[in-house]
Design a protein around this ligand. Structure first.
Ligand SMILES: NC(=O)c1ccc[n+]([C@@H]2O[C@H](COP(=O)([O-])OP(=O)(O)OC[C@H]3O[C@@H](n4cnc5c(N)ncnc54)[C@H](OP(=O)(O)O)[C@@H]3O)[C@@H](O)[C@H]2O)c1
Length: 253
C-alpha cells in the first residue's frame, strides 16, 4: 500500500531527542525519508534506527545549527542522498540558562540567541535555496508559548522565540509566490529532556503544567509532531506566515 508521504523528504534539526525525534518518526510512519540533524551521534543514530523500524529510511548528518558551513553541508548531503528537500522542521534549541535578566551574562545571550534564532535563520536560508530550485517546499519552525507571552527568568529565551515569529513572518512573505509555505508551531510545556532538565522534581513539574494549561496536563511530543506533519501537508495549503499554538489553551487565558 502506498503511504501518504512516500517519495517525500523531510529534514529535522534537533532530531536526536524530544519533539524532533517524535516528528522524525511521524514523518517516517507516513513514508517520508527523514534526515536527522543534531550534534550527538549515539542519540541521532538511535532516531535513524527508529525511523527504519517505523517502515521508512533516514540518515544522520551531524550538524551544529549555529555554524553556516555545517548547515550548508546538511542540505547538500540531503539532496545528494535523496535528490530533493520537501519539508523541514527547524526545531533545534536550548533553554539556555534560566534566571533573572539582571543576572544573565553576555555568554548566555550569545549561546541562546545563536542556537534558537540564528540556527533557525541559517536552517531556513539553506533549505530555501534548495526549495527555490524545486519551486516547492514547506517549512515549520519550532517556537514556543514563550514566543507569544513572557515568563519570569526566561527573558533571553523569550526574546529568541519571539524573534522566530518575526523571522518566519517576513520570510514567509518573501516566498509566498515561490510555492513555499513557512509557519511556526508554538508549543506549551512538552514532555521532553528539556522540560525534565528544567523541572527535575516530578511533583513540581506536574503542578506547573496543571496551572499553565487549561487542559490540565503536559503536552506529548507526538502532539507537536502531528501538527508539524499537518502544517507541511497539502491539508494546510493556504496557511503561511502563521504561528499555530499547541498549548492546551494556555494562550486563550
Ligand atoms: N519542552 C518544552 O516544553 C518546549 C516548549 C516550547 C518550545 N520548546 C522548544 O522546542 C525545541 C525542541 O526542544 P525539546 O523540548 O524537544 O528539547 P530536547 O529534547 O532537549 O531537544 C533539543 C534538540 O535540539 C538539539 N540541539 C540543541 N542545540 C543544537 C545545535 N547547536 N545544533 C544542532 N542541534 C542542536 C539537540 O540535539 P543535540 O544535543 O544532539 O545537538 C536536541 O535534539 C526547542 O527549540 C525548545 O526551545 C520546548
Amino acid at each position: 500500500m502506498t503511504k501518504e508521504l512516500e517519495n517525500k523528504v523531510a529534514l529535522i534539526t534537533g532530531g536526536s531527542s524530544g519533539m524532533g525525534r517524535a516528528t522524525a518518526l511521524a514523518f517516517a510512519r507516513k513514508g517520508a525519508k527523514v534526515v536527522v540533524a543534531s550534534r550527538r551521534v549515539k542519540e541521532s543514530e538511535e532516531t535513524v534506527q527508529l525511523i527504519k523500524e517505523a517502515g521508512s529510511e533516514g540518515i544522520f548528518v551531524q550538524t551544529d545549527v549555529t555554524k553556516a558551513p555545517e548547515v550548508e553541508n546538511l542540505v547538500r548531503q540531503t539532496v545528494a542522498t535523496y535528490g530533493c528537500l520537501d519539508y523541514a522542521f527547524n526545531n533545534a534549541g536550548t533553554e539556555g540558562v534560566v534566571k533573572p535578566c539582571i543576572e544573565q551574562t553576555e555568554e548566555n545571550w550569545d549561546f541562546t540567541i545563536d542556537t534558537n534564532l540564528k540556527g533557525v535563520w541559517l536552517s531556513m536560508k539553506y533549505e530555501l535555496l534548495q526549495m527555490l530550485k524545486q519551486g516547492s517546499g514547506a517549512i515549520v519552525n519550532n517556537a514556543s508559548l514563550l514566543a507569544l507571552r513572557g515568563m519570569k527568568n526566561y527573558a533571553i529565551y523569550c526574546a529568541s522565540h519571539h524573534g522566530i515569529l518575526g523571522l518566519t513572518k517576513a520570510t514567509a512573505l518573501e516566498h509566498a509566490r515561490d510555492g513555499i509555505r513557512i509557519n511556526v508551531v508554538s508549543p506549551g510545556a512538552v514532555e521532553t529532556d528539556m522540560m525534565n532538565r528544567i523541572y527535575s522534581d516530578a511533583e513540581v513539574k506536574a503542578a506547573f503544567v496543571e496551572q499553565l494549561h487549561p487542559l490540565g496536563r503536559i503536552c506529548l511530543p507526538e502532539e507537536i509532531a502531528n501538527t508539524v506533519v499537518w502544517l507541511c501537508s497539502d491539508d494546510a495549503s493556504f496557511i503561511t506566515g502563521q504561528s499555530i499554538s499547541v498549548d492546551g489553551g494556555a494562550t486563550a487565558q
